[in-house]
Design a protein around this ligand. Structure first.
Ligand SMILES: *Cc1c(COP(=O)(O)O)cnc(C)c1O
Length: 419
């Protein structure tokens, strides 16, 4: 048994761990320092020139961050990675390294709220047009792609629509049009799904969610498979990066051009907390999956609940794709359900005792939110409906507590909401 053949459940703990480098410490030290000292000007010159590896300044690189980069890269099966200050920073870094004014992006419309706002409002200001298409409708994707399309973007599991796109088909479409596919794999994590094995080129995550698992640090990551060839006629900016770095061209461009100049670096303390969370990822995800199915089945039978949307229920339109793509490991742990009215949703939330009411997901604790009146309140009603948000919808991030306690809390709060 060697490091290279360790299985996922081992790599989450031991992958890219180099205790010999850290005076045999079993936890990665937190390098809480803005800068690193050099004895000679010659040495610093060599590091700046990229002739020698080394750490200069935290916004550029940091040893604690680098350990997390290597671990996440290994778990996704990528070539290299950059960790960022948040999931949104990862998306910004990943996209801006590719696009400039006049370019187009085609993206599934089932998007995390801030990604939707970034694409619809912010990138537009800089002349980057994002065409949002119905995530599960391959023909809509085909119709939206033009020679100006510089990348395709999709989330593994749409939130809160709970749709699951066919990644292999989207990767094929992207490649037929000489564009890379970026997958936001936050909701699945590499435990459930490894997008590179299905043809994706770049993976982004909010590490704030399942990867950290304890709601203790905000962060993100961009991982590159190193396979996309960035043809010169379409991506002329990449030429010098390809000459310098070969298959590492993209991640070098992300880092050198965007990451260090936008200042999207991760705080080393956050990398440390995320690494501790990662130790238990495989175990937590296993429990998240089994608990989520039990919660979905329970809610479906509950007299107060009008409907349940979860990819793991056979009547879900996402069921077949989720089952095949996640290879039987589960269906994620996010679900939505409907009550009689907005008022009933508020009553339910008022009465939960174990379940936390807050804006986050992927925590080991079970979480609830009413998106219509919270995260999406600034959206026009039509935009809320387009995002799959209705006034009667409650979103649950199923945690890893004892299932009996979760179900009992649901039952008592639902009974009060149903009165
Ligand atoms: C939370 C989330 C993000 C944004 O991540 P932050 O760490 O909050 O910046 C992006 N994509 C998805 C799918 C998310 O759930």
């Amino acid at each position: 048994m060697s490091k290279n053949t360790w299985r996922f459940g081992t790599q989450v703990i031991h992958g890219a761990q180099t205790p010999e480098q850290w005076k045999s410490a079993t936890q990665v030290p937190i390098f809480q320092t803005a800068s690193h000292r050099f004895d000679t000007a010659e040495e610093l010159a060599e590091v700046f020139a990229g002739k020698k590896p080394g750490f200069i300044y935290q916004r550029l690189r940091n040893p604690t961050n680098q350990t997390l980069e290597k671990r996440l890269c290994l778990l996704e099966g990528g070539l290299d990675a950059v960790v960022t200050s948040s999931g949104m920073a990862a998306i910004t870094d990943a996209v801006l390294a590719i696009c400039r004014t006049g370019d187009e992006i085609v993206s599934g419309n089932s998007l995390f709220m801030s990604t939707f706002l970034l694409y619809n409002n912010v990138f537009k200001k800089f002349g980057i047009e994002v065409k949002l298409v119905e995530t599960s409708d391959l023909n809509a994707w085909k119709a939206a792609v033009t020679p100006k399309t510089k990348l395709l973007f999709v989330e593994t599991i749409g939130n809160p629509k709970m749709d699951v796109p066919d990644i292999r088909k989207l990767a094929d479409l992207a490649h037929a049009n000489h564009a890379p596919l970026i997958v936001d794999n936050t909701l699945a994590t590499p435990y459930l799904f490894r997008p590179f094995e299905y043809g994706a080129d770049i993976v982004v995550h909010s590490t704030t969610k399942y990867l950290n698992g304890h709601g203790s640090a905000v962060g993100g990551v961009v991982v590159d498979a190193g396979r996309f060839d960035w043809p010169d006629d379409k991506y002329p900016d990449f030429k010098i990066y390809k000459e310098r770095k070969g298959p590492l061209a993209y991640i070098d461009k992300v880092w050198r051009e965007i990451h260090i100049n936008f200042g999207t670096s991760q705080a080393p303390m956050h990398s440390y907390l995320t690494l501790i969370g990662l130790d238990t990822l495989a175990l937590r995800m296993e429990r998240h999956q089994s608990n989520a199915i039990k919660v979905a089945e329970f809610l479906q039978k509950h007299p107060t609940v009008k409907w349940v949307n979860f990819p793991g229920l056979p009547q879900s339109p996402a069921y077949a794709t989720a089952k095949a793509q996640f290879e039987g490991k589960g269906y994620g742990a996010l679900l939505t359900f409907g009550l009689a009215s907005e008022k009933a949703c508020f009553e339910f939330i008022r009465n939960v005792k174990l379940i936390y009411h807050l804006a986050n997901l992927g925590d080991c604790k079970t979480l609830v939110i009413h998106p219509w009146s919270s995260q999406y309140v600034s959206f026009a009603e039509t935009a809320r409906h387009a995002n799959g948000i209705t006034p009667d919808l409650v979103r649950i991030s199923v945690g890893i507590e004892a299932i009996e306690d979760i179900l009992e809390d649901f039952d008592q709060a639902l009974r009060q909401a149903g009165e």
